[in-house]
Structure formats: C-alpha cells, structure tokens
Design a protein around this ligand. Structure first.
Ligand SMILES: *[C@@H]1O[C@H](CO)[C@@H](O)[C@H](O)[C@H]1NC(C)=O
Ligand SMILES: *[C@@H]1O[C@H](CO)[C@@H](O)[C@H](O)[C@H]1NC(C)=O
Ligand SMILES: *[C@@H]1O[C@H](CO)[C@@H](O)[C@H](O)[C@H]1NC(C)=O
Ligand SMILES: *[C@@H]1O[C@H](CO)[C@@H](O)[C@H](O)[C@H]1NC(C)=O
Ligand SMILES: *[C@@H]1O[C@H](CO)[C@@H](O)[C@H](O)[C@H]1NC(C)=O
Ligand SMILES: *[C@@H]1O[C@H](CO)[C@@H](O)[C@H](O)[C@H]1NC(C)=O
Ligand SMILES: *[C@@H]1O[C@H](CO)[C@@H](O)[C@H](O)[C@H]1NC(C)=O
Ligand SMILES: *[C@@H]1O[C@H](CO)[C@@H](O)[C@H](O)[C@H]1NC(C)=O
Ligand SMILES: *[C@@H]1O[C@H](CO)[C@@H](O)[C@H](O)[C@H]1NC(C)=O
Ligand SMILES: *[C@@H]1O[C@H](CO)[C@@H](O)[C@H](O)[C@H]1NC(C)=O
Ligand SMILES: *[C@@H]1O[C@H](CO)[C@@H](O)[C@H](O)[C@H]1NC(C)=O
Ligand SMILES: *[C@@H]1O[C@H](CO)[C@@H](O)[C@H](O)[C@H]1NC(C)=O
Length: 415
C-alpha cells in the first residue's frame, strides 16, 4: 500500500529567486497552517506554521488521467497532534475535507531533531474532490524525509518551495517555520535555514519575520483533581487538591501545575500508614506518605518526587520528616487557601482547594473536615488579640509610671 523513499530536496536555481519573491507576496494572502502544542505540563513543546498543497493525479472514467490540486482549508483539524509520551517523537496530524489526512513525525536524537516521516492519504470516492474517478477508495502514501537535522533549541525555517512527488501525489511545502522539542517552554530565536533559503538569502535580502517571544511558565491556580485509592473494592484514601510544584534547578525556579486529566494515581492503605502516588505517562511521579501519631491523629509524613522534564535530566527530591496536614483520624483535613509544603531547599508544593483523608474513609465519602488555620475564622482574632495585648501593655506602663511617681514622691518627702 505504501512505499518508502528518501526525499532529496532539490536546490532552487538562482534564477528562481524573483519567482520566489512573487510567490511569497502571493502566498501572504493564503491562511497559513498554524499550530502550537503543549505538553502535559502546559509548557509549549512544538510550534509550527507552514503552507502546503497537493497535486493528485488520478484516472477518470472517460477522460484519462486528471490532476487536481488540493488546498488545505483554514478550518482543517489538528486533533490527534501531540508531543508524544516519551519526549522523542512528536506528531502533527492535519485532517480536512472528506477524507484527507496528513501527518508528519519528528524524532529527536541526541542534540538534534529530524523531520522524519510524512504520510498523506485521500479518498477518491469524494466526488467533489475527484470528479469521475474510475477507482473509488482510500489511497495512502508515506515517505521519509529525515535528511534534515535541526539542532535542538533552533527552529527550522524554509520560505522556498520544497517539492516531492510520491506515487500519484506531488507535495508542495513552503513558508515553513517549525520548532519541535521546545525545551523549558522557551521558544527559540535561532533559525536554522533550509539549503534552498540559504542560497536565496545570499542573493536577495529577505526580511525576517518577527519571532514570538518566549512566554514564562504561567503561575495560574492549578486545577484541582480528586484522587482515590481502593482496597478490597472500597475507597480507603481520598484526596482532592490542586497541586503546583515549585522546582529550583540550576538556580532557575519553575512552576509546574499538575493536570489531573493526565495524571493517574494509585497507592496503598495500611492500618498505620498510607501512600498516594500520582504519575503521568512518563515515569514521573509524586508520592505522599501518611502516618498515624499517638494512635488518634494522622499527618503527612513524607513526600517523594521524581521528574524528568527539566532538560531531559532527572529531578528528584524527598523528605520523610514532614509534619503537615495534621487532623484526627476519622476526619478529613481541609485547606482551601493556598498552602505550602517545603519538601527541600529546591522543591516545594503549593496546594490549593485541598481536602484529604488517608484513613477510615466510610462509603467513599469524606468525613467531617478539620480546617487549616489559614482557612479558619480564628484569623480574625489575631488583630483583636494584638490590640488587646497592646492595650494591656499601655495600661501596665501607665500603672508602673504612677507607682514610680508615687514612690519617688514619698522618697522625696522622707528626705
Ligand atoms: C499563529 O498563531 C499564533 C498564536 O495562536 C499567532 O500569534 C500567530 O500570529 C499565528 N500566525 C499566523 C501566520 O497566523
Ligand atoms: C499552552 O500553554 C500556554 C502557556 O504555556 C497557554 O497560554 C496556552 O493557552 C496553552 N494552550 C493550550 C491549547 O492549552
Ligand atoms: C500549490 O503550491 C505551489 C507552490 O507554492 C504553487 O506554485 C501552486 O500554484 C499551488 N497550487 C495552487 C492550485 O494554488
Ligand atoms: C495513479 O496514476 C496512475 C497513472 O500514473 C494511474 O494509472 C492510477 O490509477 C493512479 N492511481 C490512483 C490510486 O489514482
Ligand atoms: C499531473 O502533474 C504531474 C506533476 O506535476 C505531471 O507530471 C503530470 O503530467 C500531470 N498529469 C496530467 C494528466 O496533467
Ligand atoms: C470547513 O469549511 C467547509 C466550507 O469551506 C465546510 O464545507 C466544512 O464543513 C467545514 N468543516 C468543518 C469541520 O467545519
Ligand atoms: C530520547 O533520546 C535521548 C537522546 O537520544 C535518549 O537518551 C533517551 O533515552 C530517549 N528516550 C526515550 C524514552 O526513548
Ligand atoms: C518557589 O520557590 C522559591 C525558592 O524556594 C521561592 O523563592 C518562590 O517564592 C517560590 N514561588 C512560588 C510561587 O511558590
Ligand atoms: C532550561 O532551564 C535550565 C534550568 O532550569 C537552564 O539551566 C537551561 O539553560 C535552560 N535551557 C534552555 C535551552 O533554555
Ligand atoms: C480537565 O477536563 C475537564 C473536563 O473535560 C475540563 O473542563 C478541564 O478544563 C480540564 N482541565 C485541564 C487542566 O485541562
Ligand atoms: C493550560 O493553559 C490553559 C490556557 O491558559 C488553561 O486553560 C489550562 O487550565 C492550563 N492547564 C494546566 C494543566 O495548567
Ligand atoms: C501510571 O503508571 C502506570 C503503571 O505504573 C501506568 O499503567 C499508567 O498508564 C501511568 N499513568 C499515566 C497517566 O500514564
């Protein structure tokens, strides 16, 4: 059904520079394909802008071979595009019209990434696109590109038209700007030009398009997730929380919100201890360890974290001597306001809308809550207490002044 070949992109002849310029002017009117992808941590991992069209040769019933050119409409769908789960393969999927599918894979190898494989499929039973088609059905083509290696942290740019013919389809790609495997949510400002553009830049001045500036990772309130652990078919641990990780690595602090929609959990419940382990599709995890103290209270005793996202290297932190989220067994601990768990010098967890019950969950529901101090109305009493204390102090000073005066007065009298 499909055959693979290596794409050797032809160099444009110098003489076509003028034609190219005209082409650029003309194509400015056409909507570019435009896509930005985020990873599970909401950090941008890929951005792409490009134009493409396809000329497809097919056999008609009565008029022999015919060529149709397919333009990508502006309402094409990119669903299914993603940065992959293992950080080394990303894919863009474009779907449009009735039955056109286009995909490109990017692979990462050491310090470079490659545009790997392009696939294109169409359906000749679409009478609008392929009038009079003799054979009706799906046709798929695939070819390998991976001769273009772009250094990580650079974006690939090609304004020139790249043309490749694979079976009955002639692919045209132009005005390409793509960066895959974006590191640290930082969009690169370094461009890696295709050979075709290099030769044009040296002959005609081409104005550079503005490059979007890098966005810092946002500090939004994390979306709360509800996690539960079951034992013997019954829920034995419940936790609802929005989690924001504050990681300091190489003197740079980054905030990472846990997306509950892409996070799994599991754990264990024992009589005197319980664990809740959150993980995503990479091998990253965040583990909470609960313990019992004095036989009647529970607390968060430990946190373990292992992340791989920072520059592809590992980040780990652990602390088994915490004393947070303290509440009586048989109740739950609740803290709606932002609270912080300092796990280590380089790692802290900011919690939001927290409610947790690691022991004695009945019928899968939280028991009565013990609220954290930050939430409690007792907060109001602080200024009052301070005021009262100050008042006392003033009265005390006043009394001692009176007594002092009286004493010195009597002392004076006796002399
Ligand atoms: C592509 O989308 C981004 C953000 O959605 C926007 O800033 C940029 O101008 C768009 N580019 C084009 C060529 O439409
Ligand atoms: C991707 O993340 C950025 C912040 O890094 C955010 O502004 C943008 O809306 C996100 N896009 C999607 C589709 O979630
Ligand atoms: C398809 O793209 C090529 C290259 O940009 C261009 O020369 C051609 O005119 C386009 N075809 C149509 C029908 O727009
Ligand atoms: C592809 O083109 C050839 C002629 O070059 C034609 O015979 C064949 O039917 C075409 N295939 C499809 C699937 O349209
Ligand atoms: C269709 O386009 C291809 C590539 O441009 C060309 O080689 C072929 O002769 C064309 N076929 C017809 C029937 O015009
Ligand atoms: C895209 O637009 C075309 C008309 O330009 C329309 O026929 C088609 O239904 C639209 N597709 C989607 C998915 O909105
Ligand atoms: C991704 O690529 C890097 C560098 O080539 C390699 O060290 C790492 O093991 C790869 N990861 C996976 C999950 O394949
Ligand atoms: C993140 O941690 C650093 C160092 O511990 C601290 O200075 C900073 O205020 C924290 N930021 C947030 C938003 O928690
Ligand atoms: C990514 O962030 C780390 C620290 O978090 C920094 O040392 C490194 O230089 C950054 N890399 C890039 C490409 O910005
Ligand atoms: C998680 O999914 C829900 C429902 O599908 C959606 O409303 C919410 O915005 C998603 N949250 C995030 C952080 O993507
Ligand atoms: C990602 O960003 C979008 C837009 O800013 C926001 O709606 C969404 O909740 C964020 N998701 C996470 C996991 O932070
Ligand atoms: C979490 O890890 C388990 C295996 O331990 C795995 O089956 C699951 O898919 C992971 N969760 C996600 C969201 O990938």
């Amino acid at each position: 059904m499909s055959r693979s070949c290596r794409l050797h992109l032809p160099l444009l002849s110098r003489g076509s520079a003028f034609a190219l310029l005209c082409l650029l002017l003309r194509t400015l009117e056409v909507d570019a394909l435009n896509l930005t992808l985020n990873n599970s941590h909401n950090a941008t991992c890929l951005r792409a802008q490009w134009q493409m069209n396809f000329t497809i040769e097919y056999e008609t019933l009565n008029h022999g071979l015919k060529n149709v050119t397919i333009q990508v409409p502006s309402n094409a769908s990119y669903s299914g595009s993603d940065c992959g789960t293992n950080d080394n393969i990303s894919q863009i999927k474009v779907q449009f019209g009735s039955g056109f599918f286009w995909t490109v894979n990017f692979i990462r190898e050491n310090s470079a990434y490659f545009i790997d494989v392009i696939s294109f499929s169409y359906d000749t039973s679409d009478n609008n696109a392929f009038p009079d088609a003799k054979e009706k059905g799906k046709v798929s083509t695939t070819f390998e590109v991976n001769t273009i290696g772009v250094p990580l942290d650079e974006f690939f740019r090609c304004r020139s038209v790249m043309t490749v013919t694979e079976r009955n389809v002639t692919h045209n790609y132009w005005d390409i700007l793509v960066q895959a495997f974006i590191q640290n949510n930082t969009i690169s400002t370094k461009e890696y030009l295709c050979d075709e553009d290099e030769s044009i830049v040296s002959t005609t001045a081409v104005t550079t398009m503005p490059v979007p500036t890098a966005k810092p990772i946002p500090k939004e309130r994390p979306y709360p997730g509800t996690y539960s652990v079951t034992s013997g078919g019954a829920v034995c641990l419940l936790a609802t929380m929005g989690l924001q990780l504050n990681i300091t690595k190489d003197e740079v602090t980054s905030l990472l919100n846990i997306n509950p929609n892409t996070t799994d959990c599991h754990g264990e419940c024992h009589k005197e201890s319980a664990t809740l382990r959150l993980n995503d599709s990479s091998n990253e995890y965040l583990e909470f360890l609960f313990a019992v103290k004095n036989g009647n209270r529970f607390y968060l005793k430990g946190v373990n974290v292992s992340l791989t996202f920072v520059n592809g290297s590992d980040f780990v932190a652990a602390n088994n001597n915490l004393n947070c989220w303290d509440a009586p067994i048989g109740s739950s601990y609740m803290c709606n306001k932002e609270d912080t768990i300092a796990v280590s010098d380089t790692f802290q967890i900011n919690t939001f809308d927290l409610r947790v019950q690691p022991f004695n969950v009945v019928e899968g529901k939280y028991s009565t809550a013990q609220e954290c101090f930050a939430d409690s109305d007792l907060n109001f009493l602080i200024p009052i207490a301070v005021g009262v204390a100050l008042g006392f102090l003033i009265i005390l000073v006043f009394i001692s002044y009176i007594i002092g005066r009286k004493k010195s007065h009597t002392g004076y009298q006796s002399v």
